[in-house]
Structures are given as C-alpha cells and as structure tokens.
Design a protein around this ligand. Structure first.
Ligand SMILES: CC(C)(COP(=O)(O)OP(=O)(O)OC[C@H]1O[C@@H](n2cnc3c(N)ncnc32)[C@H](O)[C@@H]1OP(=O)(O)O)[C@@H](O)C(=O)NCCC(=O)NCCS
Length: 118
C-alpha cells in the first residue's frame, strides 16, 4: 500500500524539522490501515517496531511517501515492512528517511490476543 503525506509547519520540532513522534504516529497509522485492509473483520493492536532510526531530517513542505508491505504472518501476529521516502514538493528526487518492521497482534473484543483466522 502507498500513502503520501505533506509535511506541514505544525509537524516540526523546535529546531524546525520533523518531530520524530509524528513520523512514528504516521508509520503506525499507515501500517494499521494495511492490516485492517488485509483482515477487514479482525481487530489489531500494535505490539512493536523492529528499529527506530531517523536516517535524515525532514523539512517543512516535504512530501513523504509510505510504502507498506506484509512481511510475515504468525499465529496471532502480522508484521509489515514500512519504508518512508521523502522529496521536496518541487522535485521528483526521493531519498529514504525511515524504515522499520511493525508488528500487530490480533485481539478479541476484550483486547486479549487471539489467533488470526484465514
Ligand atoms: C499486544 C498484546 C495483546 C500481546 O499480548 P502478549 O501476551 O504480550 O503477547 P505475546 O508475547 O504472546 O506475543 C503475541 C505475538 O506477538 C509477537 N510479538 C510480541 N512482542 C513482539 C515484538 N516486540 N515485536 C514483534 N513481535 C512481537 C509474538 O511473537 C507473538 O506472535 P505469534 O503469536 O504470531 O507467534 C499485549 O501485549 C497488549 O495488549 N499490548 C498493548 C497493545 C497496545 O495498546 N498497543 C497500542 C500502542 S500503546
């Protein structure tokens, strides 16, 4: 799944570039949308990310492109790989600024983990 986001001035930290927490929120959100699309009748919560490394600063008026693909399915969990690419509005040149594997666990209505049914 591909999702794009325009980085706005309100997303910045006090140094003037993207606040890392915003990036983590967007990665969580786009990957959660992927798992919800793949398993529309099930409920998922985030359990972890493999790595959190901000490779490059992201500046205002950048366009971020989130590429999400399912990587592994376990008994109760599903893992997605997410790459985030950045470009300036006026340019087509992208560079990768973040990537991680994010895992979701299937839960029932009480938030208790439950096997993923095909
Ligand atoms: C998610 C939750 C239900 C899992 O329950 P748990 O008893 O801790 O689960 P387990 O340790 O048995 O792991 C369940 C699955 O997740 C996987 N898993 C657990 N921790 C993981 C991690 N850090 N990274 C990747 N996978 C992980 C396990 O391998 C297992 O996969 P499988 O069943 O497919 O083999 C529970 O931890 C929880 O409710 N956490 C809070 C979730 C939440 O609120 N998320 C929102 C962010 S605040």
């Amino acid at each position: 799944m591909t999702t794009c986001k325009l980085v706005m001035p309100g997303d910045m930290n006090h140094y003037g570039f993207l606040f890392g927490g915003k990036m983590l929120m967007w990665v969580d959100e786009v990957a959660w949308l992927s798992v919800s699309e793949d398993y529309p009748t099930l409920h998922f919560v985030t359990v972890g990310m493999s790595e959190v490394k901000f490779k490059k600063s992201v500046h205002p008026k950048s366009v971020l492109r989130f590429e999400t693909r399912r990587q592994a399915t376990g008994r109760t969990s599903v893992t997605y790989h997410v790459d985030v690419f950045c470009r300036q509005i006026e340019s087509r040149d992208e560079e990768i600024v973040f990537s991680t594997d994010i895992t979701f666990v299937c839960v029932d209505n009480n938030g208790v983990k439950t096997p993923i049914k095909p």
